[in-house]
Design a protein around this ligand. Structure first.
Ligand SMILES: [Zn+2]
Length: 421
C-alpha cells in the first residue's frame, strides 16, 4: 500500500526528472540561466505544473514570477507565501532553488488531499531570475515585487553591450510593467517561508536533518587599487622593489586570516587579482584586487571595512606600496522572524527530526521578501556542502523531511498569532 510519503516521493521524483530535461547542453551539469531558452521552456512547463497541482489564479506577474494560490477558508486573510527559484548558475546543480519550488507544490498537493482547508490563502511563487546574471543584478523577480528595482537598473549593460531592459523585452516581458510593479503598493503577506538546500556542510557534519535559518549574511564588496613602482624584473634588487602585485596577493591572505579569526560565521573571498600588464619582465607597478566579505555577526560586519582597510594598508606599506580601498555594501544582514523560527523547530520536533540553528551565507529571494513579510527559511543538508556545481546533491529522504517541516510550519503559521515584522 502506498503511504503519503511514498506518494510524495514518486511525485517529487517525477517533477525533478522533468525539470532536469530543461538544461543547456552547452554547459556541464544542470544549467538553466535566466534569459536562456531552456529557462524560457521550463517556465512554460512550470506554469502547467502550478495549475496541475490545484493552485488557482495561476499567472505570470509583471516581474516574470509564476504565481498561484490555494484558497483558504477566509479569502480576505493575508496569505502565507512559499517560494524559491528554478534558474541556475552556469554549470549549476539540480537542487538549488528547485527544492523550494517543487517542495511548495508538493505541500499544496498534500493540503488538498488532506481535505483540511487552511484559514488563510496559501500562495506559491517561482521567482524570476534569482541567480547572478551578466547585468550584475540578482533576484530580479523578488526585487521587483518589493519595489526595489529602479529605472536605472534597466539601463545596466552586460559584457556584450546589451541593456537589461532590452533583454527583458526580448525574453517576452514588459520592462515598464516590471517598474510599474516596483512602484505599486507592496503586497501584504502574513508570512513567507522558503525551503532551500543549505549550500554548506554544517548540517551534514553535525548529522542534523533540518537547519533553522537564523539570519542571511550581509555582504560587502571590496575594490583595492595598489600603487607601487614599475622596474626591470632582472635589474631591480629584491629589497628595493615596490611590487604592487605582491602587495595585492599578500592582502588576499590578510582577508583570509581576518575571516578565519571570527569564531562565528564570517567569510572573506578574494576573487580577482590583476597586475594590469602583460609583460613578463616588469615588476608590477600597479595592481587591483576584488574581494567580498560576508557575515551574520553584526558587530564584525559593521567594523569589517574599517578593520580590513587598516590591515591591508599596513601590509601594502610593508611592500613599499600605497593602496586605495573602496567598499560597496551589497546586502545588510537580514534576521529571520523568531516566531517562524520557533514554528520550524516545533515542526521538526513533531516528526522526531533533529535540527540546528544555522546562518545562510548565500543570498536568497527571502532577503528581499523580508521587507514586506515576516520571513523564515528551512534548510536541508547538502552532501559535502557542495552547491553551484554539478556535484550538488541532497538525498531524497532529506527533501521529503524538508517538505514535511514546510507543510507543518505553514499549518502553525496559519493557526498562530501574526508574527511581528
Ligand atoms: Zn537558491
Amino acid at each position: 500500500m502506498q503511504t503519503l510519503e511514498s506518494i510524495s516521493a514518486d511525485r517529487i521524483n517525477a517533477l525533478f526528472a522533468e525539470v532536469e530535461s530543461f538544461t543547456d547542453p552547452d554547459f556541464d551539469g544542470w544549467t538553466r540561466t535566466v534569459f536562456s531558452s531552456p529557462y524560457q521552456e521550463e517556465r512554460h512547463w512550470m506554469l502547467r505544473q502550478f495549475k496541475d497541482s490545484g493552485l488557482q489564479n495561476v499567472h505570470v506577474d509583471a516581474a516574470g514570477n509564476i504565481v498561484g494560490v490555494l484558497p483558504g477558508r477566509n479569502p480576505f486573510a493575508d496569505p502565507i507565501v512559499l517560494g524559491s527559484h528554478t534558474d541556475t548558475v552556469e554549470r549549476g546543480g539540480r537542487f538549488d532553488g528547485v527544492v523550494g519550488v517543487l517542495g511548495a507544490l508538493e505541500v499544496v498537493q498534500r493540503f488538498r488531499e488532506s481535505g483540511r482547508l487552511l484559514e488563510r490563502p496559501l500562495m506559491v511563487i517561482d521567482f524570476f531570475g534569482e541567480e547572478a546574471n551578466p547585468f550584475g543584478l540578482t533576484c530580479l523577480g523578488s526585487r521587483s515585487l518589493v519595489g526595489h528595482l529602479a529605472p536605472q537598473d534597466l539601463e545596466r549593460i552586460n559584457p556584450e553591450g546589451k541593456r537589461l531592459g532590452d533583454t527583458l523585452q526580448a525574453f517576452g516581458m514588459d520592462p515598464s510593467g516590471i517598474l510599474g510593479m516596483s512602484t505599486g503598493r507592496p503586497a501584504k503577506w502574513h508570512a513567507y517561508l522558503e525551503l532551500h538546500i543549505e549550500q554548506s556542510d554544517s548540517l551534514e557534519k553535525a548529522r542534523r536533518d533540518i537547519g533553522v535559518v537564523t539570519a542571511v549574511a550581509g555582504i560587502k564588496r571590496l575594490l583595492a587599487r595598489y600603487l607601487g613602482q614599475y622596474d626591470h624584473a632582472g635589474g631591480a634588487r629584491m629589497r628595493a622593489r615596490k611590487d604592487a602585485l605582491l602587495a595585492a596577493a599578500s592582502s588576499a591572505l590578510v582577508l583570509h586570516e581576518f575571516a578565519c579569526g571570527n569564531p562565528g560565521y564570517a567569510v572573506a573571498t578574494t576573487t580577482h587579482i590583476d597586475s594590469l600588464q602583460s609583460a613578463q619582465n616588469v615588476v608590477p607597478g600597479k595592481a587591483e584586487l576584488r574581494a567580498e566579505v560576508r557575515s551574520t555577526d553584526s558587530a564584525w560586519f559593521t567594523s569589517v571595512d574599517r578593520e580590513l582597510t587598516q590591515r591591508v594598508s599596513a601590509r601594502a606599506h610593508e611592500f613599499g606600496c600605497d593602496v586605495d580601498l573602496e567598499w560597496f555594501l551589497d546586502n545588510e544582514i537580514v534576521q529571520t522572524n523568531s516566531t517562524l523560527q520557533q514554528n520550524i523547530v516545533d515542526a521538526s520536533q513533531s516528526f522526531g527530526l533533529s535540527w540546528m540553528a544555522v546562518p545562510s551565507g548565500a543570498t536568497h529571494d527571502s532577503v528581499h521578501i523580508s521587507r514586506i513579510a515576516p520571513m523564515g527559511m528551512i534548510f536541508v543538508p547538502s552532501v559535502g556542502g557542495r552547491s553551484h556545481c554539478p556535484e550538488e546533491m541532497t538525498p531524497q529522504r532529506d527533501i521529503l523531511n524538508g517538505i514535511r517541516v514546510l507543510e507543518e510550519s505553514v499549518r502553525l503559521a496559519d493557526k498562530g498569532p501574526l508574527p511581528t515584522l
